[in-house]
Design a protein around this ligand. Structure first.
Ligand SMILES: Nc1ncnc2c1ncn2[C@@H]1O[C@H](COP(=O)(O)OP(=O)(O)OP(=O)(O)O)[C@@H](O)[C@H]1O
Ligand SMILES: [Mg+2]
Length: 228
């Protein structure tokens, strides 16, 4: 699903960013990107959806070199991704259900079907009673969960999530991780950046460890909380 070859992204003037990154992620894998603040997790995720061009190297997603994608090709590529980033960008005058179903509406599914799917996801994320609320009336964690539902509503083949549990209390964080694990079991590839090592250890998956812009190690977690 993902192949990185000698990827570097260096920001002037200090050449911060990421350097010489190479790894591969198979279809359907559950992968954590872990490392302290400033390690390069967000930078790497941004390279994977071509939010920014690499300085050097190649990024291959689903057999396709995305390094030079732009315009329509880039838009089509991104439509198949589920992106969960920290700036949620929910539409303030649309309620939670509408924010989620809008993402499905634009792909041409029926109104009923997109509403049904959106509601099911919001329910799985503990927002069954808040689906009619406007974003400004939702807590940070609730908004984060709406953003997660929105990222998942079109059954993406690849989910990229940056600290998706950052605003959640421990219980909700674990519940949200369980949802990602369920989605992965349905066949989606999931890549989650987090510095919450304690939380990820409770889930089964592969951990890529980053530090100071480099990939410094890899391990597998056995998981204890992954079962539904
Ligand atoms: N747009 C930018 N311009 C300049 N430097 C940047 C830019 N984006 C990131 N950096 C630098 O690149 C390095 C990696 O940043 P990145 O945001 O990827 O870290 P991170 O692992 O996501 O950290 P955190 O856990 O705090 O989110 C940092 O030193 C950061 O200052
Ligand atoms: Mg980050």
């Amino acid at each position: 699903m993902i192949q990185l070859h000698n990827v570097s992204k260096l920001y002037p003037p200090d050449n911060t960013g990421v350097r010489d990154i190479g790894f591969q992620v198979e279809d359907g894998e559950f992968v954590f990107l872990c490392g302290p603040s400033g390690a390069g997790k967000t930078t790497l995720l941004r390279l994977l959806f071509r939010s920014e061009p690499v300085t050097e190297g190649q990024v291959i997603v689903n057999g396709r070199n995305i390094t030079r994608l732009k315009g329509k090709g880039l838009a089509a590529f991104r439509r198949r991704l589920g992106l969960v980033f920290q700036d949620f960008k929910l539409i303030p005058h649309m309620n939670a259900l509408e924010n989620v179903s809008l993402a499905a509406d634009v792909t041409g599914v029926s109104w009923r079907q997109s509403r049904r799917k959106a509601f099911a996801l919001l329910s799985e994320l503990g927002l069954k009673d808040r689906y009619g609320a406007l974003p400004p009336a939702l807590s940070g964690g609730e908004q984060q969960r709406v953003a997660i539902a929105r990222a998942l509503v079109n059954d993406p083949e690849l989910v990229l999530a940056d600290e998706p549990t950052g605003n959640l209390d421990p219980e909700m964080a674990e519940e949200t991780m369980r949802l990602f694990a369920r989605i992965q079991r349905r066949g989606t590839t999931v890549l989650i950046a987090t510095h919450d090592y304690r939380l990820l250890r409770r889930f089964e998956g592969r951990v890529l460890m980053m530090r100071q812009g480099r990939l410094v190690g890899e391990q597998y977690t056995a998981g204890a909380a992954a079962s539904p």
